[in-house]
Design a protein around this ligand. Sequence first.
Ligand code: PEP
Ligand code: MN
Length: 338
Amino acid sequence: MIIVMKPSASPEQINHVIEKVKEIGLTPQVSRGVERTVIGVIGQESKLTVKPLEAFPGVEHVVPIQKPYKLASREFKKEDTVVDLGDGVKIGGNEFIVAAGPCSVEGEEMLIEVAHKVKAAGAKLLRGGAFKPRTSPYSFQGLGVDGLKHLRKAADETGMKVVTEIMDTRQIDDHLEYSDMLQVGARNMQNFDLLKVVGDSKKPVLLKRGLSSTMQELYLSAEYILSRGNFKVVLCERGIRTFETETRNTYDLNAIPATKKLTHLPIIGDPSHATGNLAYVPAMAKATIAAGADGLILEVHPNPEEAWSDGPQSLTPKMFEDLMKELRVVAKACGREL
Ligand code: PEP
Ligand code: MN
């Protein structure tokens, strides 16, 4: 349930309610909006009866949240969440944010080269996998910690932020040292221990939708992170598996406006993994903006034919630059800055 405080509620009244909730053995999650404070109550709600709380000074009303995902829901928080990565890079505000880079970090030189090019074209985040979730154990598994170091260096040199995948709870310390945003990949969307660890880390998280997950399952995974007190969560639609085989996945664009309606979390689109085909990426990238997303994550490689992973869906830096020009026109038409 959520406890909506009156706009006039004093800090003492708010604290009193928080203490009361804790006393009963439940966890309060406080969201301080511009107008009013809202306190989400997580745990076995039967411990609380609605009536007495409504009688507390400063409480306007108590609303049960019907959805199974509580803290992620629009009912809990009316305003859009904006995830701040620092240095003016914010996801979820009016600015449309683009993350770009290779699927895998293949070395320092190639990464620095791509970073300079995508940054010049307007990308704010540098993407690249150092730990790679590959279908076959014989495929390239990533450079590991060296890859993280290359990402940090390339991002610092170009003034970008790093978003990169964490695959295992044991990798958290290295990520805390080198990454700005922890990507939880599609295959790990329901790795609940990993979700708890990234939640506790309080680092910004990019949570990708699972290969065959419903939107509700995605929101419940986000709930794991939010319920650990980490509200810096950005969702990502990257396509789901359907009966269609012509494209790598089926890009569920419906998920974008639906997520905007059902949750307060930012959502970005990944047409690279959704289509699996560079010929389709530009059209679907434009559609992502039109659908109301807050950003894009795109794979860009200096020489896609030679890429160690996901070459067929990777744009060249020149294609990326041209696409960014088109995206600016669409963004403008949709009232977004890019
Ligand atoms: C990736 O971003 O390179 C990746 C592996 O994505 P996903 O988890 O969506 O497959
Ligand atoms: Mn990839």
